[in-house]
Design a binder for this molecule. Structure first.
Ligand code: MRU
Length: 344
C-alpha cells in the first residue's frame, strides 16, 4: 500500500524483528513498532496494534517463528505448541490467525528433531504465508474489480483494506483496482463504532489512493440505501463457514439486511485463510466480546453515562442468504458453494 508516496505492508520481517504499522495511532500519527518476542506479538494482536483477519494471521505466523527461535531443544515441541495456543488465544473470531499458526506449526513439526532446521523452516513458512496472503488479496481484487462498474457508489464497513491484510486488502482490493482501471467510483465508509476502523483506517487508505469517498455514521447507511445512492456493498470477513455464513465486524449483518431489502448486491471478499472448513454454520463461530470501555470512552474521555454498563460484541454473523457472492482469489462463488470451490 502507498503511504505518503512510500510502499508499505501492514507487517514485515526486518533485522530479526517483526515490524508493523501501529494501527491504533493512524491516521493521526504514522509510527512503526518493532517486536522482538512472541509475547510482544501476542500483546500487539490483543491490543489491536495490528488488526484485520489476514493481518493478524501474518503477525501470528511470524510470532510462532519467533517462539521457535527461543524454544529449547529439550522441550521444543511442547514449547511451540504452547506458544501457538497463547498466540491463538489473543483474538477468537478471525480464523486466519488459527490457520496461519497451524500452517507454520505443521511445517515445523516435520523437521523435529533437527531443531536448527525447524527454526529456519518456521520463519520460511511464516514468509510463505505472508507472500501467499498478499498475492491472494491481489487476485481476489482482480476478480472483484469486474463486479464494479464505472460510476458505482459502493458501501463498505470497518477496514478491510491493506492495513487489515498483508497488502491490497479484501473489500478494498477490488475497489483499489477498479479505481486504478479508471472507473469513477465513490465509496461510502461506515465509521464503524466503537473503534472507528472505517473513519480512521479505511478513510485514510482511500485518501492515500485518491479514491473519492465520504465517512458516514453507522446509522446513516439506511438513509443512503433509501435514496438509492448505494449500488453495491463490499465487506471483508473474519470467518467463512461451510454453509456460506460469515462473521465480520459488528454492524455488517444490518447492512446485509438493508442491501437485501433494497435489492443491492452484497459481496464478501476474502482470501483462502478466512475459510473455516471445520465450521458448519455461523452459530458455531465464537464471537469476541471486547471491553466495555471501548464503547463508554474514547481516548480516555467519557462518552456515556458512567453508571451504565455496555455490551461490546466485536463481530456479528451474516447468514449466507443475505450474501450475493464471495469474492475469492479463485473466482467469485455463491456463498453456499464457496468453501468447496476454493478447495478445488
Ligand atoms: O476488529 P478488527 O478491526 O480486527 O476487525 C476487522 C474486520 O472485521 C474486517 O472487516 C475483517 O478482518 C475482514 S477484512 C480483512
Amino acid at each position: 500500500m502507498l503511504i505518503n508516496g512510500t510502499q508499505y505492508r501492514s507487517v514485515w520481517w526486518e533485522d530479526d524483528c517483526l515490524c508493523m504499522i501501529d494501527q491504533n495511532k493512524l491516521p493521526f500519527e504514522f509510527s512503526i513498532v518493532r517486536l522482538e518476542t512472541f509475547q510482544q506479538v501476542a500483546e500487539a494482536i490483543r491490543h489491536m496494534t495490528v488488526r484485520g483477519a489476514p493481518a493478524i494471521g501474518a503477525a501470528g505466523a511470524y510470532g510462532l517463528a519467533m517462539a521457535a527461535r527461543v524454544a529449547p531443544d529439550g522441550s521444543f515441541r511442547s514449547f511451540i505448541r504452547e506458544a501457538k495456543e497463547f498466540l491463538a488465544s489473543t483474538r477468537p473470531t478471525a480464523i486466519d490467525l488459527y490457520n496461519a499458526l497451524e500452517f507454520v506449526y505443521d511445517e515445523v513439526l516435520k523437521f523435529i528433531p533437527n531443531y536448527d532446521h525447524a527454526r529456519q523452516v518456521a520463519l520460511l513458512s511464516a514468509e510463505d504465508f505472508v507472500r501467499d496472503s498478499a498475492a491472494e488479496c491481489l487476485a481476489l481484487g482482480e476478480h472483484g474489480a469486474d463486479l464494479i462498474e464505472d460510476g458505482d457508489r459502493i458501501l463498505t464497513h470497518c477496514n478491510a483494506g491493506a492495513l487489515a491484510t498483508v497488502d491490497w486488502g479484501t473489500a478494498l482490493s477490488p475497489i483499489r483496482l477498479a479505481h486504478r482501471q479508471g472507473k469513477k467510483i465513490f465509496v461510502y465508509v461506515d465509521e464503524t463504532r466503537p473503534r472507528f476502523q472505517g473513519a480512521r483506517l479505511t478513510a485514510f487508505e482511500l485518501e492515500q489512493e485518491g479514491i473519492p469517498h465520504a465517512i458516514i455514521t453507522d446509522a446513516a447507511a439506511g438513509y443512503f440505501f433509501w435514496k438509492r445512492e448505494i449500488d453495491l456493498v463490499i465487506v471483508g470477513a473474519d470467518r467463512i463457514c461451510l454453509n456460506g455464513d460469515i462473521a465480520n465486524k459488528i454492524g455488517t449483518y444490518e447492512k446485509a439486511v438493508l442491501a437485501k431489502e433494497h435489492k443491492v448486491p452484497f459481496w464478501v471478499a476474502a482470501p483462502l485463510s478466512t475459510f473455516d472448513l471445520n465450521c458448519p454454520s455461523g452459530e458455531k463461530i465464537p464471537i469476541e466480546y471486547r471491553d466495555e470501555t471501548e464503547i463508554k470512552q474514547y481516548n480516555g474521555q467519557a462518552l456515556s453515562n458512567p453508571g451504565s454498563s455496555a455490551l461490546n460484541p466485536g463481530f456479528d454473523i451474516t447468514p449466507a442468504d443475505y450474501i450475493t457472492g464471495i469474492i475469492t482469489p479463485k473466482g467469485v462463488f455463491l456463498p453456499k458453494e464457496a468453501s468447496q470451490k476454493v478447495q478445488i
